[in-house]
Design a protein around this ligand. Structure first.
Ligand code: C5P
Length: 313
């Protein structure tokens, strides 16, 4: 096997309940993760040193050094398997960069799975997810996919089986938002308001809406505790959220730490109408239509490259 390609989805948090800061500096969370059909593809192939390439939109903001989560994933797994991390990693971005949709975490999850397959590590998926949690709170979910409740700092997962397909529109913003800065702003706003810190808990109406496949009830119960902080750092997102609702969305929220805004549509046809109206509203850089839930990281079948006719004479 000379190369392995893994496809990995973006996520949106249907609920992001943020509690207090733990002794390790992370916030206690309840996060309802939902994997949607925007994908990165990560290909790894054997090489004589570790290298990284990236193509797609927004890649100027992707670090191509040892701080990249995909490179760190290769180093971490190689260390566990007692070998050198000598691979060429190629990332094709379909997930908005620094958009609050776990693009970096997705690449880490994909690299762990791709390298383990290339190196024939036979590491159980549960173990790959545990390794992923060392790299970032969202990495285990990028591997698992579907819809799941995350607790702890978001890395302890319980799947929420659903059969319904939900239709989404994502409004992409110019430039990213720093996740630590958004969490910091959330703490600052809470201090300022003196409201105290709520204990995070899953919203029952939201879980029931998911199980029932009820887009209207789901839309009414979407909630992101980081949204006031993202709006405080990027006030223009308020107009984007309004435009999506005016365009016919049944629910809206900032995705994760933003600045991508997510809109739930009642059906696929309406999703395209919402997308067209949002694109025309001038309140975002670009729009994407997607659906969820989709499965997590998976190895793609090898592409058969046609062999040219050849003859030794
Ligand atoms: O885990 P991850 O590397 O994705 O987290 C990025 C940053 O987001 C952390 O450094 C931290 O500032 C913030 N964060 C947090 N609490 C969490 C998850 C992330 O404060 N549960």
């Amino acid at each position: 096997m000379s190369s392995v390609t893994v496809s990995v989805p973006a996520k949106v948090n249907l609920q992001l309940a943020v509690g207090g800061v733990r002794p390790d500096g992370f916030h206690e969370l309840v996060s309802v993760f939902h994997a949607v059909s925007l994908y990165d593809e990560v290909t790894v192939e054997s090489a004589d040193r570790l290298s990284l390439t990236c193509d797609g939109e927004g890649i100027d903001d992707v670090p191509l050094d040892h701080t990249n989560l995909a490179a760190r994933a290769a180093v971490l797994l190689a260390d566990r398997l007692g070998r050198e991390p000598h691979v060429r990693i190629r990332i094709r971005k379909g997930i908005p960069v620094a958009g609050g949709m776990a693009g970096g975490s997705a690449d880490a999850a994909a690299t762990l799975l791709a390298c383990d397959t290339l190196w024939r590590g036979d590491t159980p998926r549960e173990m790959l997810r545990r390794l992923g949690a060392e790299l970032g709170s969202d990495v285990p979910f990028s591997d698992l996919g579907g819809t799941a409740i995350g607790t702890g700092r978001g890395e302890r997962l319980a799947s929420v089986p659903t059969t319904a397909r939900f239709h989404w529109v994502f409004a992409l913003a110019d430039g990213g938002l720093s996740t630590p800065a958004v969490y910091g702003e959330c703490d600052r706003l809470r201090d300022e308001a003196g409201t105290g810190v709520p204990r995070p808990a899953p919203r029952e109406e939201l879980i029931a809406a998911l199980r029932a496949g009820d887009a209207y009830a789901l839309g009414a119960n979407l909630v992101n505790d980081l949204q006031p902080a993202a709006l405080s750092l990027r006030p223009s997102l308020a107009a984007t959220l309004r435009a999506g609702v005016d365009a016919g969305a049944v629910g809206s929220l900032v995705s994760g730490s933003g600045p991508t805004c997510a809109f739930l549509a009642p059906d696929e046809e309406t999703a395209h109408v919402v997308a067209d109206r949002l694109a025309a509203s001038g309140t975002c850089r670009a729009v994407r239509v997607a659906y969820g839930a989709v499965s997590g990281a998976r190895v793609l079948p090898r592409r058969v490259v046609p062999v040219e006719r050849e003859n030794t004479v």
